[in-house]
Design a protein around this ligand. Structure first.
Ligand SMILES: Nc1ncnc2c1ncn2[C@@H]1O[C@H](COP(=O)(O)OP(=O)(O)O)[C@@H](O)[C@H]1O
Ligand SMILES: [Mg+2]
Length: 241
């Protein structure tokens, strides 16, 4: 049963980080994140910008429950990522979070439709339904005529769109994207950003890492990170013009 907390007007944030640090110890200690606090309200669209090595991917990996914080708290969809079991984190990734990786991470021996359907295998969706849903998503990203191609038979831009379709197939409320336009041509980049605009319009919560200003400006606000710290939140003032 869900808790019957006193009614409030604000919904709880989908993501809440409090005093998060992440250190990697490989002989020398690297502090990838150094005390980050950040909340993502439901339905918000946030971009993260910062120089290479500033901790952007680390931040995304923690929110995507791919990793756990060294200190502090990461709460995603009501679950504390740091104290969750591996199975609980896998559950979060499978149902609540869609992750678009910079390098696509498609399985090379699976066709586009099989790659896209994969998250539904883990969710226990029957095969016919998986395939139908995966085809639908591929049509949505403009790849309805490439469903049975292997990743090697697709261009970089097409692979990125397959990766986006895969991230969206389980209909996650939260979509995370790590430099989704970094390895694709300008046209595909524009198309990818249009897909995100659409998701935002439909009420999804989005967090997108980029080092391109014009990409970040599609969001409602830009979180600037440097040396593992959140240095500034820039509100792009949507809705006030
Ligand atoms: N798995 C890891 N092992 C050791 N160091 C890491 C690891 N991942 C990231 N780092 C280090 O943490 C810092 C932040 O990395 P990252 O989050 O990938 O930055 P960004 O995505 O902003 O380029 C860098 O100094 C990087 O070398
Ligand atoms: Mg990165």
């Amino acid at each position: 049963m869900s808790s019957a907390d006193a009614a409030t007007d604000d919904t709880a944030p989908v993501v809440e980080l409090t005093g998060v640090t992440k250190t990697y110890d490989l002989g020398g200690v690297v502090e990838a994140l150094a005390g980050v606090s950040l909340a993502l309200p439901e339905g918000s669209y946030t971009a993260v910008m910062g120089p290479s090595g500033s901790g952007k991917s680390t931040l995304l990996n923690l929110i995507g429950a791919l990793d756990t914080p060294t200190e502090g708290q990461v709460v995603v969809a009501g679950q504390d990522v740091g104290s969750a079991t591996e199975a609980e984190r896998a559950g979060l990734r499978g149902t609540d979070v869609g992750f678009v990786f910079q390098t696509f991470n498609l399985l090379p021996r699976l066709t586009a439709v099989e790659n896209v359907a994969l998250p539904l295998v883990f969710a226990g969706v029957p095969r016919d339904e998986r395939t139908a849903r995966a085809r639908e998503l591929l049509v949505d990203v403009g790849l309805g005529d490439r469903t049975d191609h292997l990743p090697t038979e697709l261009s970089g831009g097409q692979r990125q769109r397959v990766a986006i379709a895969r991230a969206l197939v389980a209909d996650p409320a939260l979509v995370l994207a790590d430099e989704p336009t970094g390895n694709v041509d300008t046209d595909t980049g524009g198309r990818v950003l249009d897909i995100f605009d659409d998701l935002h319009a439909r009420g999804n919560t989005l967090l997108l890492v980029t080092h391109e200003r014009h990409v970040a400006e599609r969001a409602e606000r830009i979180v600037h990170v440097r040396d593992g710290e959140l240095v500034r939140i820039e509100d792009l003032g949507r809705g006030s013009d």
